[in-house]
Design a protein around this ligand. Structure first.
Ligand SMILES: Nc1ncnc2c1ncn2[C@@H]1O[C@H](COP(=O)(O)OP(=O)(O)OP(=O)(O)O)[C@@H](O)[C@H]1O
Ligand SMILES: [Mg+2]
Length: 452
C-alpha cells in the first residue's frame, strides 16, 4: 500500500500543476484554449455520442439488416447439432444515424453538415434544436443553412449575449447595435431593410436600442426626425441633432405632411432624371436621407373621442404612405411601441406589413409578439415568449439575411446618446436642407397612382 502511494506521488503532484496550467491558459488566451482543448473535446463528444443522440432525438432512420444470431438455441443444441444449425439468419431493424460531416471550429462554437436521410428536411432539425443543444452541452444550436440533401448546424458553446459590445464600425445608414446569438454583429441596415418595428414591454430595452441608433446615426450626413407621442420625454434630450421633434398627434401630422410633400418632390426629381430611386441620381442631386423615429406608436391610434377618428385615419394613412414609398426616396421609419395590436385599428396591420425589419423584446401580451413576428417563422414567436425579464435588451430580430435571430443590443445610456446629439449638433440639417425647394412636386393624382 505504502509502495503504491509512493509510486503515485509524482502523478499527484503533476495533476494539480496541469489543472493550474489549463486554467491559466484559458484565462490568458481563451481563443487558443478553445482551439487546443475545448473544440477537440466537443468534436469528440459530437462524434462519439451521435448514434445515441440522433436516436434520442428521433432523427435516426430504421434500417432492415440481416443478422446472424444464436437466439433460440439451447446449450444442448450447441453441443449436439452441426455448426450450420447453430447460426440462424434473422432480419432485424437497427437505428441508422444520419451521416455527419467534419465538425469545424468557430470562435464561440462549431458547425457541421449533416446528410439528410431520405424523407427528412431541415425542418426536422429545426424542431430538435433544443434537444441537440442539451445533448451536446452547448448554449444553443441553430440551422445555419441548407443545400439539397444536407443541412448545416451551428452550435454556440457559451451565451455571447450575457454582455454585449458592438464590434463593427458603423457605416452610412448601417448601425451595429449589438450582437446576434451566433456572435455575429447585429447591424440595423436601412439600405436593405428601410423600416423597422420595435416592440417590447416597459423596461425591455426599446429606448436603449434607440439610444444606440442615435449614437450611430448622429455623426452621419442625414436628418433625424423624432415623433415622441409620450409627450416628448424620450426624445427631447436628443433635440440638438433632430431636424424636427413632434410631441403630439397634431405636430406629427404636420411633420408627416411635410415629409410627403418632400417625397413628391423627390419623385419628380427622379422622374426627370429617369431613375427609380434617389441613389441612382447624380451625386450632387441626391437629397439628404431622413430617418424618422416614432416612440409609442399606440398613442397615435388611441382615440379619446370619436371626433379624433378622421385625424387618426389621416395620420395613419400618411405613415403607411411614407413606409410604402420611403425606401426609394430616402425616408426611413423606426417605429416603437409597448403594445401593438390589431385592436388599435386596421391601420396598424397595414403599417406592420410595410415594416420589414422587426425587433421583438420581452412582451407582456401575446398579441404584440404575434403582431411583430407572427408573419415570420412560428419558432421566432416561441423564442420571443421565452425572453426573461432579467435580460433587458434581449430580442428576437430579423437578420440581414431575412431570417430571425436572438440578439442583444449594446447598452447605451441616455446620457451617452445625448452627448452624441450635442457633439454632432452642427451636422443637423434644417427643413430647408432636406427640401429640394426648386422642384415642382408631382401632382396628388400622380402620387396616389404611384402609391396604389
Ligand atoms: N441592451 C441592454 N443591456 C443591458 N441593460 C439594458 C439593455 N437594454 C436595457 N437595459 C436596462 O433596462 C433598462 C430599461 O431599458 P429601456 O429604458 O430601454 O426600456 P424601454 O423598453 O424603453 O421601457 P419603457 O417602455 O418604459 O420606455 C435600462 O435602464 C437598462 O438598465
Ligand atoms: Mg423607453
Amino acid at each position: 500500500m505504502t509502495d503504491l502511494l509512493v509510486s503515485l506521488a509524482p502523478i499527484g503532484g503533476v495533476l494539480p500543476f496541469l489543472a493550474a496550467l489549463l486554467v491559466t491558459w484559458r484565462h490568458l488566451h481563451p481563443a487558443s484554449f478553445w482551439l487546443g482543448v475545448g473544440y477537440p473535446l466537443r468534436a469528440a463528444r459530437v462524434y462519439l455520442t451521435w448514434g445515441n443522440v440522433a436516436a434520442g432525438c428521433g432523427l435516426s432512420t430504421k434500417r432492415r439488416r440481416i443478422r446472424w444470431t444464436l437466439d433460440g438455441i439451447t446449450a444442448l443444441d450447441l453441443l449436439t447439432k452441426g455448426r450450420e444449425d447453430k447460426r440462424r439468419i434473422r432480419r432485424v431493424q437497427v437505428d441508422k444515424a444520419p451521416g455527419l460531416g467534419l465538425v469545424l471550429p468557430l470562435r464561440h462554437g462549431f458547425k457541421l453538415w449533416v446528410r439528410l436521410p431520405d424523407g427528412q428536411t431541415p425542418d426536422h432539425y429545426t424542431a430538435k434544436l433544443d434537444h441537440l443543444g442539451h445533448a451536446w452541452r452547448v448554449h444553443s444550436v441553430r440551422v445555419l443553412r441548407w443545400k439539397p440533401g444536407k443541412v448545416q448546424l451551428q452550435a454556440t458553446v457559451y451565451d455571447p449575449l450575457t454582455s454585449v459590445s458592438a464590434s463593427v464600425v458603423d457605416q452610412f445608414l448601417k448601425v451595429c447595435v449589438g450582437r446576434l446569438e451566433t456572435n455575429a454583429p447585429w447591424v440595423i441596415d436601412f439600405t436593405t431593410m428601410p423600416h423597422w418595428l420595435i416592440t417590447g414591454a416597459t423596461q425591455s430595452g426599446k429606448s436603449t436600442l434607440i439610444n444606440r441608433l442615435i449614437c450611430g446615426l448622429a455623426p452621419q450626413p442625414l436628418a433625424i426626425i423624432g415623433c415622441d407621442l409620450k409627450g416628448g420625454v424620450e426624445l427631447t434630450p436628443y433635440e440638438d441633432r433632430l431636424t424636427a421633434l413632434a410631441t403630439d398627434r397634431a405636430q406629427m401630422t404636420a411633420v408627416l405632411n411635410r415629409l410627403i410633400d418632400e417625397i413628391k418632390r423627390r419623385m419628380s426629381t427622379c422622374r426627370d432624371h429617369r431613375v427609380r430611386n434617389i441613389w441612382q441620381l447624380p451625386e450632387d442631386a441626391q437629397p439628404v436621407p431622413v430617418i424618422m423615429f416614432v416612440d409609442e406608436v399606440a398613442e397615435l391610434f388611441l382615440m379619446a373621442d370619436k371626433s379624433e377618428k378622421d385625424e387618426i385615419a389621416a395620420t395613419a394613412t400618411n405613415l403607411i404612405r411614407i413606409a410604402q414609398l420611403g425606401r426609394a426616396f430616402g425616408v426611413y421609419l423606426v417605429i416603437c411601441g409597448q403594445r401593438v395590436g390589431s385592436d388599435l385599428g386596421p391601420g396598424v396591420t397595414a403599417l406592420r406589413a410595410q415594416l420589414s425589419g422587426r425587433v421583438c423584446h420581452r412582451v407582456n401580451d401575446p398579441e404584440t409578439a404575434n403582431m411583430t413576428l407572427g408573419d415570420m417563422d412560428p419558432a421566432a414567436l416561441n423564442a420571443a415568449r421565452l425572453i426573461p425579464a432579467e435580460t433587458p435588451g434581449l430580442a428576437v430580430v430579423t437578420g440581414a439575411d431575412g431570417r430571425w435571430y436572438k440578439a442583444r443590443s449594446e447598452y447605451v445610456s441616455e446620457q451617452q446618446a445625448e452627448q452624441a446629439a450635442v457633439t454632432y449638433a452642427h451636422l443637423r440639417p434644417t427643413w430647408a436642407d432636406i427640401t429640394t425647394a426648386d422642384v415642382v412636386p408631382i401632382s396628388d393624382d400622380e402620387y396616389n397612382a404611384y402609391a396604389a
